[in-house]
Design a protein around this ligand. Structure first.
Ligand SMILES: Cc1cc2nc3c(=O)[nH]c(=O)nc-3n(C[C@H](O)[C@H](O)[C@H](O)COP(=O)(O)OP(=O)(O)OC[C@H]3O[C@@H](n4cnc5c(N)ncnc54)[C@H](O)[C@@H]3O)c2cc1C
Length: 394
């Protein structure tokens, strides 16, 4: 029977970063996780505060050359509705940042994390799944698919949407779906992107182009009704390229799709609590929502930062039986407010209700014409409460 201070279950980005952050703080960590998915062609936009975490973990220097800076974020109303919002551009230089964040191919992120986990002496990586997790007052007992029993003072559930840890800890979830799917692909284009990400708000959902490291390549997340997404992914690549160029009003010139073209059904999920007793939840085990506004993994990294800070506060001593309850209190407002804002944005885009369109247009009009408000929104977008703090220090 092996005994660890912390067992992290799940080896997606949230699990590997949790294991690294806790191991670097001096904890003896077991990472129970099968080999990561290397066929993920998505990219992840990480904001400035997430990049700072990767830098603190010594990962950023090697990832940066393969990531694209996001210096300008532009929102264009492509709804064609009666009430249309003005185009709004947010520039990172306005809030003294080199970039709001960086867009990183998932393959690169997962590859670098895998190497770092393998090189970390405080992590024992068991390349298997956790079949049984029992959380009780004195300890957590885990049995892997290979039959290895182990115990830990704390279990970190980073095992995704269908989290076994969450279920074992008796934590419920609320889920809802949107009847939409995201068409996800990478494409090359004739004109350079100039480090600008453009989001078109369309009737079916947002269409978001995000720069890739090569100046003439971008990634795309295009949200639309599920039947339309099914029809789109079935089309020949040249037709999809033509649809992208038309949707972008040829802003980047002629487009060539670089397969594969993937479809992701959109749904949201939030756990009823984020920790309990000797169990805590991070990443999609705790919260998942549509890929709007690059929120998912950024929120997960804040879970991890908060957890690491909380455990630091108990100064290397044994993790208490109430650690999960304390963590739950610390994470509630951030997770709930992000979940609500993504949901509200998605619903306001879909609404045919004129007052909802007016509210969204008025909001974007204020952002385009009132610089202090725009700067506040930019800081809050990069990191919650950063805008509030700037109000008191400027
Ligand atoms: C199209 C799309 C675009 C996105 N773009 C962005 C973006 O730009 N910015 C952003 O911040 N977020 C983005 N996201 C969200 C982000 O991708 C997710 O938040 C993130 O991948 C979730 O990581 P995770 O580690 O929590 O979960 P997962 O990646 O799902 O990892 C869970 C892991 O747990 C493992 N597992 C499950 N059960 C067990 C078990 N019993 N034992 C051991 N292991 C187990 C699984 O094998 C898996 O490897 C996007 C999402 C989508 C769908």
């Amino acid at each position: 029977m092996s005994d660890f201070e912390i067992a992290v279950i799940g080896g997606g980005p949230a699990g590997m970063i949790s294991a690294l952050a806790l191991a670097r703080a001096g904890r003896r960590v077991a990472l129970v996780a099968p080999s990561p998915n290397v066929s993920d062609h998505r990219t992840t936009a990480l904001m400035d505060h997430s990049i700072a975490l990767l830098a603190r973990l010594g990962l950023w220097q090697s990832i940066k050359p393969e990531a694209a800076p996001l210096k300008t974020m532009r929102i264009i109303d492509g709804t064609g509705r009666l009430v249309r919002a003005p185009t709004v551009s947010f520039r990172s230089a306005e809030i003294d940042l080199e970039a709001f964040g960086y867009n990183i191919p998932n393959r690169v992120l997962v590859g670098k994390l895998t190497d770092a986990v393998a090189a970390e002496p405080n992590i024992t990586h068991l390349e298997t799944t956790a079949d049984a997790v029992t959380v009780d007052k004195n300890t957590v007992s885990i049995t892997t698919a290979g039959g290895d029993p182990m115990t830990a003072d704390l279990v970190v559930g980073a095992d995704g949407r269908r989290s076994n840890v969450r279920e074992s800890a008796g934590i419920g979830v609320k889920t809802w779906s949107y009847k939409q799917s995201a068409v996800v692909l990478n494409f090359s284009h004739a004109l350079p992107h100039d480090d600008i990400s453009t989001e078109f708000h369309t009737r079916g959902g947002p269409f978001t182009q995000v720069p890739l490291p090569d100046k003439n390549r971008s990634s795309l997340v295009w949200v639309m009704d599920t039947p339309a997404a099914e029809a789109m992914v079935a089309r020949p690549e040249v037709d999809i390229a033509a649809a992208i160029e038309e949707r972008m009003q040829s802003l980047l010139g002629a487009v060539t799709v670089e397969g594969p073209v993937q479809k992701w059904p959109l749904s949201s999920m939030v756990a009823s609590r984020f920790g309990k007793g000797r169990a805590v939840l991070v990443g999609e085990a705790a919260h998942a929502f549509p890929p709007i506004g690059a929120q998912g993994l950024n929120l997960s990294l804040r879970d991890i930062m908060r957890l690491a800070r909380m455990l630091d506060g108990i100064d290397g001593s044994k993790v208490s039986a109430r650690a999960g309850d304390r963590y739950d209190v610390l994470r509630k407002s951030d997770v709930w407010s992000r979940t609500a804002s993504v949901d509200l944005l998605n619903r306001s885009l879909l609404a045919d209700f004129i007052p909802a369109q007016l509210a969204r247009s008025a909001g974007l009009f204020m952002l385009s014409s009132v610089p202090p408000l725009r700067q506040f929104a930019m800081r809050e977008g990069v990191q919650p409460l950063r805008g509030v703090r700037a109000l008191f220090t400027s």
